[in-house]
Design a protein around this ligand. Structure first.
Ligand SMILES: [Fe+2]
Length: 226
């Protein structure tokens, strides 16, 4: 049916405007009284689609929140946290990649372990991002921006040998741990105890534990004969 096809091809926003107008027409008056003396606005259930707006806060800036922390402390913490956040998002993605590409006799064990670690890293991603927002900043979220910020080397697109996969994950962990230790000390010096706590209690503790579990898989130990 050609007429139906041309109707559905209409831009949704103009459809919304049309509906709003026809609704005003059916109610007669846009600000008609509702019986209690107050004017009633015409109501439409049509969403306003395809909206475009201007950026309301630039990346790398902080809003003023009453947290008892200086502007400099909040700016500094957001910058350091966004760096840790970008690397943590990459570590999460590496865990999923290696979870999928795992192979060999220890496939099942490592397939499950790497997925568990990925889940824990994903929780950290959320916690770090929300710390940036709590401080008034803008958390890095788009993976294309993450790729510009991260300092973790890009792996080959294909599959590596299993020990190389594990080794790559360990190196990514150490990159994050080194920067988290430094950022924790410096943010504490600037009075940002909350960021220090997140970095120490969550990022560092989780990273150290996961690194231990990975490293034990790289010990060349006999399986049957001592
Ligand atoms: Fe899976």
């Amino acid at each position: 049916m050609p007429s139906k096809r041309s109707d559905s091809a209409k831009p949704a926003a103009s459809t919304a405007r049309t509906r709003s107008t026809s609704s005003s027409r059916t109610t007669g008056n846009k600000s008609a009284g509702n019986g209690n003396g107050r004017a009633r606005k015409a109501v439409s259930s049509q969403p306003w689609l395809h909206q475009q707006g201007t950026e309301v806060q630039a990346f790398g800036t902080v809003r003023l929140f009453p947290l008892g922390l200086s502007f400099d402390a909040r700016m500094y913490s957001c910058e350091r946290l966004n760096h840790v956040l970008a690397n943590t998002q990459i570590l999460y993605a590496l865990y999923k990649k290696h979870h999928w590409l795992m192979r060999g006799t220890t496939f099942y064990q490592l397939h499950l372990l790497l997925d568990k670690h990925a889940g824990e890293q994903l929780e950290l991603v959320d916690m770090i991002a929300e710390r940036v927002q709590t401080l008034g900043g803008v958390a890095v979220g788009d993976p294309r921006q993450v790729a510009e910020i991260t300092t973790i080397p890009r792996p080959p697109d294909g599959a590596e040998e299993v020990p190389a996969m594990l080794s790559r994950l360990l190196e990514a962990h150490e990159t994050i741990l080194i920067e988290a230790h430094d950022a924790a000390a410096r943010t504490a010096d600037m009075g940002d105890d909350g960021t220090n706590d997140l970095l120490v209690s969550d990022v560092i503790r989780t990273g150290e534990m996961q690194a231990w579990f990975l490293a034990e898989h790289l010990v060349d130990t006999p399986l049957v004969h001592a």
